[in-house]
Design a protein around this ligand. Structure first.
Ligand SMILES: N[C@@H](CCC(=O)N[C@@H](CS)C(=O)NCC(=O)O)C(=O)O
Length: 210
């Protein structure tokens, strides 16, 4: 049995769902809201940090999205999502590191959360957070643009874990017009994003209603 515990609005849950779908791994979804205070006890029992997603496979419990993606790729048949070429593989790991360390907070938690999610919940955006997020996003997008332009990753080659890790963050960011404008100014990255946005797995993982 393969179960993914996640949250419908979670970017990281979407990353793990993309990997399962792209590999063709049958799975069930369980819902847990990690932003609840305190997080649900059944989530804390799976992940002491109270974050989603968490994968369970026949009693093996795994949290941290990068680890989940590696496990899904290595543990199941389907297209290989890690390049064999050492430089392409290194770039893949680098993109995942950039996404986690530098992209998630400004792109998702500052720009998307303030400009898209808070209005969706009927709340006002915090202008200072938006400004900070947009300012921090620039260098992150520049770094990703350089990687996309180089061509080893984020360039429309064979699908990799880097594509899956980054796409939900860019999707959220680009859903704010201010984010879309910053992305459009990076042509190689924008080209990659338009290819990723057309994938069936992306369409299958837009948030579901309650
Ligand atoms: N390092 C974790 C991060 C996961 C993460 O931050 N998930 C978010 C949802 S997208 C979460 O659970 N947030 C709850 C919180 O920040 O309290 C991973 O890679 O899985």
């Amino acid at each position: 049995m393969i179960r993914l515990t996640g949250y419908r609005y979670s970017i990281y849950t979407r990353i793990a769902r993309l990997a399962l779908i792209e590999k063709g791994v049958a799975h069930e979804l369980a819902e847990a809201d990690p932003f609840a205070d305190p997080p649900p006890a059944d989530l804390l029992a799976l992940n002491p940090f109270g974050r989603v997603p968490v994968l369970e496979h026949d009693g093996f419990v795994l949290y941290e999205t990068a680890a989940i993606l590696r496990y899904v790729d290595a543990g199941f048949p389907g297209p290989a999502l890690v390049p064999v070429d050492p430089r392409a593989a290194a770039r893949m790991t680098q993109v995942i590191g950039i996404a986690d360390a530098h992209a998630y907070w400004p792109l998702v938690r500052q720009v998307y959360a303030q400009l898209v999610f808070r209005p969706f919940e009927g709340l006002e955006p915090d202008a200072a957070e938006v400004a900070a997020g947009l300012a921090a996003a620039g260098p992150v997008l520049d770094a990703l643009e350089a990687i996309a332009a180089e061509g080893l990753q984020l360039a429309g080659g064979p699908l990799s874990l880097a594509d899956l890790h980054l796409a939900p963050m860019i999707a959220a960011f680009a859903s704010a017009p201010e984010g879309a404008a910053l992305l459009a100014a990076r042509p190689a990255l924008a080209r990659w994003w338009h290819m990723m946005a057309r994938r069936g797995s992306m369409a299958a993982t837009t948030r579901t209603g309650r």
